[in-house]
Design a protein around this ligand. Structure first.
Ligand code: NAD
Ligand code: IPM
Ligand code: MN
Length: 357
């Protein structure tokens, strides 16, 4: 019997709406497969919690979360609470606190009709972006000097440690080797004369241990161009925290939008729980309407199952997503359909169980 304790942080806006559908999928798997069981514990942390309690999470949140097998998160951030507070005190705090230094973001076209790019098919858009997730431009180091004075100065320091840079680049080489794919590094050494020159140097150094992996190195501006004009150039991609954030939104744009983009925040050593979440935010513009696309959040469930070693179920979930996209009848408005979040989730579960029966 495989038992997993999962901490749920539905969060804000459409977060709770999509997490509900992901949990539905996990519960259906539990019911269909007697060798698997889950326990869920939901935490009310987020912007509403902040407005009531003056903090985004309990003070001992990391202590509470540390013994779970995984964290499943919806989205964080809502008008009324400054974004740098809500995100840094919850999402980024967990990513850093649990040393989830690998952010795995597949950019995969699941159905040819989903891309706005002309003449591109599933074989052209199929990459894994490996984003550094613990430091870099998101280190939070800096200062705000002479605030509100004419001589005001702000400093935001990028922190690229030897350890942090090497481990993410090594992880990417390992992934490329294991899956027999090329590895592309995205950086910006021509302008960022310390951090990105260092990044490029480490990419080359570590590469010497992987002579079997074919590599490319692009500047982030050119890489952004190629994401749109020639996405087939990319297989495994490794990049910094900020660049990874930005290019994976481009990735979402070329594969069907934010409703389909997933990301796993992984602590590879498994010393701490890993966290699974859609790439999208709380989408205040559609929150409360019951029309958010839950597929990104359901794809995160597939990533979670993979991480647990339940590869068959992980694959079944992903195949069912592809089937729904192919059927083209049960889609939310962002994909041109008219079903609700809940209707899509229920239809999903029916198909999944029928497929795996
Ligand atoms: P967003 O991802 O919330 O929304 C961008 C656009 O995509 C909106 O038009 C939205 O309606 C649409 N969209 C997003 N998810 C969708 C879904 N599942 N189905 C259908 N449409 C979807 O980004 P934003 O508007 O820049 O940010 C809103 C808030 O979320 C901010 O507070 C931001 O800081 C936060 N945010 C949080 C996370 C996170 O928790 N991981 C990620 C990104 C943004
Ligand atoms: C993401 C989000 C976060 C990030 C924000 C909300 C802090 O945009 O997960 O892509 O930049 O990492
Ligand atoms: Mn983002």
């Amino acid at each position: 019997m495989n038992h997993y304790n999962i901490a749920l942080i539905p969060g804000d806006g459409i977060g709770p709406e999509v997490v509900e559908e992901g949990v539905k999928v996990l519960k259906a798997i539990e019911e269909a497969d007697k060798t698997i069981s889950f326990t869920f514990k939901e935490f009310p942390w987020g912007c509403e919690y902040y407005l009531k309690n003056g903090k985004m999470m309990d003070d001992d949140a990391l202590d509470i979360l540390k013994d779970y097998d995984a964290i499943y998160l919806g989205a964080v951030g809502y008008p009324g609470v400054p974004d740098h507070i809500s995100l840094r005190d919850l999402l980024i705090k967990i990513r850093k606190g649990f040393d989830q230094y690998v952010n795995l973001r597949p950019v995969e076209l699941l159905h040819p009709d989903l891309t706005p790019l002309k003449n591109k098919t599933e074989k052209d858009i199929d990459m894994l972006v490996i984003r550094e997730n613990s430091e870099g431009e998101y280190s939070g180091a800096g200062d705000w000097l002479f605030k509100d004075k004419p001589e005001e100065v702000v400093l935001q320091t990028g922190v690229f440690s030897r350890k942090g840079t090497e481990r993410i680049i090594r992880y990417a080489y390992e992934e490329a080797r294991k899956s027999n794919r090329t590895l592309t590094s995205i950086s910006k050494g021509n302008a960022l004369n310390y951090s990105m020159v260092f990044w490029d140097q480490v990419f080359e150094e570590v590469g010497k241990e992987y002579p079997d992996v074919k590599t490319y190195s692009y500047l982030v501006d050119a890489a952004s161009l190629y994401f749109v004009s020639q996405p087939e150039r990319f297989e495994v991609v490794v990049t910094s925290n900020l660049f990874g954030d930005i290019v994976t939104d481009i990735g979402a744009a070329i594969t069907g939008g934010m409703g389909l983009a997933t990301g796993a925040n992984i602590n590879p050593e498994r010393k701490y729980p890993s966290m699974f979440e859609p790439v999208h935010g709380s989408a205040p513009d559609i929150a409360g309407k019951g029309i958010a696309n839950p597929i990104a959040a359901i794809w995160s469930v597939s990533q979670m199952l993979d991480f647990f070693g339940l590869e068959e179920w992980a694959e079944a979930v992903l195949n069912t997503i592809k089937q729904i996209l192919k059927e083209n009848t049960y889609l939310t408005p962002d994909l041109g359909g008219s079903v609700s979040t809940d209707e899509l989730g229920s239809h999903f579960v029916e198909l999944l169980i029928k497929n795996r029966g």
